[in-house]
Design a protein around this ligand. Sequence first.
Ligand code: AMP
Length: 530
Amino acid sequence: MTNNTKEMFGELLLDKKIVAALTAMGFEEPSPIQRETIPIVLEGNDLIGQAQTGTGKTAAFGIPIVQNITDHKHIQALIMTPTRELAIQVAEEVGKIGQTRRIKALPVYGGQPIDRQIKALRSGVQIVIGTPGRLLDHIRRATIKLDTIRFLVMDEADEMLDMGFVEDMEEIMKNLPADRQTLLFSATMPRPILSLTKKYMKAPKLVAIHKEIVTAPLVDQYYYETKDKVEGLCRLLDVDVSGKIIIFCRTKKGVDELVIALGTRGYLAEGLHGDLSQNQRDRVMKKFRAGRADVLIATDVAARGLDIENISHVINFDIPQDPESYVHRIGRTGRAGNKGVALTFITPREFRQLKLIEKAINIKIVRRQLPTEANVLERQREMIVSKLQSVLEQNNYSDYLSIVNTLSKDYGNEEIAAAALKLMQEGNKAMESPAAEAAPADFANTGAREGMVRMFINIGRTQKITVKDIIQSLAIEADIPGKDIGSINIYDKFTFVEVPEAVAEKVLAVMHRNTIKGYKVSVEPARARD
Ligand code: AMP
C-alpha cells in the first residue's frame, strides 16, 4: 500500500520527498493529531495542541516544519523540550522526516560539551532541538542566531514549566523575530503557560483530540509497563496467553521487526501490513484462520476491514495513537457474547497517553505484572505434568515397561522417571555432561525441534524463494539430504529453516555468503530464547 501512504499523506499536500520519507519510516496514514495539525501549520497559523507522547505529535509539528524549511543552511526552526532524552528523540524523528530533503536537525542539551555543539551548529543545521537552558546559553553566545528563525515549537510545555524553565522560555520568545510561527504542545494548560500563549502567540488555533467513546463491555483490559516489550510479549505468550491473538504495531516496519523477533524465538508469527499484495494478505489470513500461525501481527490500516471470528486476545504491542483507535482495535475481541482480553504494552513515557485513553473510554485499564522467569518455568512444568497425565490415562505404554524393568535393577523408579522426563524435554542434549552442554550455546533453545537448530536466511518470498530452492541449495551446497531438513518457514523478506544440530556448523560454514537462486545470502542461527 505504498501508493496509499502517498494518497493519505499526499492529501495533506505534502512534498513527494516527505511522503517518501514517511513511507520509509513505515507510516501508513496520518494519525488524528497529524491530520488536524498539519494543514493548520501549513496555512501559516500558530497552534496550541493538546497531545501526549504516543499520539504522533512529534511528526505532527515535524512534518509541516520540514516542508517549510528552505534549502538555506541557517537555523530556521527552534524546538524546546523539557528533557535531553526528548530532545534526542525529537531530533531523530525530525531528522528522519527531513532525510530525503537533506534537512539537518541537531539536539543540543546540557551535559554535552558545548564546543562540540558549536562545531556541529556551524556545519549548517536548519532545525535545533534543545532544553530551554542550553538553547539560551547558545543564544547568548551567538552560536544560535535568532534572526532567521521562522518556527518555534514548545513541546511538552507544562513539563517545561514544572522543571522551572518558564523564564528561559519567555526570554527566548521575547527575542525571536515577530513574523515567526509558534506551536505549543501541552497535556495541560496551567496559568503560566496560558499567559505565555496570550503574550507571544498570534490567534492560535486549538487542536485537542479526545471525545467520550463507548467500549465493548465484554473485553477485560490490562496494561503492562516495560522497557523490553519483546521479552514481555514472549513471557505472556509462554505463560498467560493462548488462543487466537492479534498483535497491533504502529508501523509497517514495526510489524516486520516483530515478525522476525518472534520468529527467531520460535513462535509462528504472520505479519499483515499495507505493503502486501492481495494474494499475500489472503495467504496470511488463511494460515491464521486455520490456526497455522500462533499470532497475527498487523498495523491498524491492514487490520481495517478484516473479518476474523473468535479473537481471544488483542495485544497492543504499541499503544494506539488515539482513543478511537484503541476502541477499534480491542473491539475485534469479545464479540458474539464471547469474553475477550485486551492487553496493552506501554513504555514508561507512554503512561500519560494510556491515562488519556482511559479517560476517554471511561474504563479503568488495570495494571498487571508480566510473568516472571519462574512463572515461565512453572508453566513448562505444568505442561509436562498434564502431558504425562494424559499418557498415563491412555494406559497404553506397556511397550516401554520392559525398559523400566531392565533399568530398575540398577536405578530407583523415581530416578528413571526423572531421567526419562529430562530426555523428553531436552532431547539428545540431556545426555551431554554439563561442560559439553555449555559449549554449543549459540545453537541453544531457539524454539526448534529437539536435535534441530533453526537458521535465519535473509531472503524470502520477495526473492521468489520456494521450499524447493532451500532444500536443493542445502542438498547441493552443504550435502544435506532433504529428509534431514526440518520445518521451513518462508516469509517475505527472510526464511527460517531447521537443520540437524550435527550439521549446523557445516550449514553455516558453507551457506553463509553463498548464493541461493543467484542471491547472495547471509545465514545465521536464529537468536536463542533468553
Ligand atoms: P510521538 O507521539 O511523537 O512520541 O510518536 C510516537 C510514535 O509514533 C513514534 O515512534 C513515531 O515514529 C510514531 N508515529 C508517528 N506518526 C505516525 C504515523 N502516522 N503512523 C505510524 N506511526 C507514527
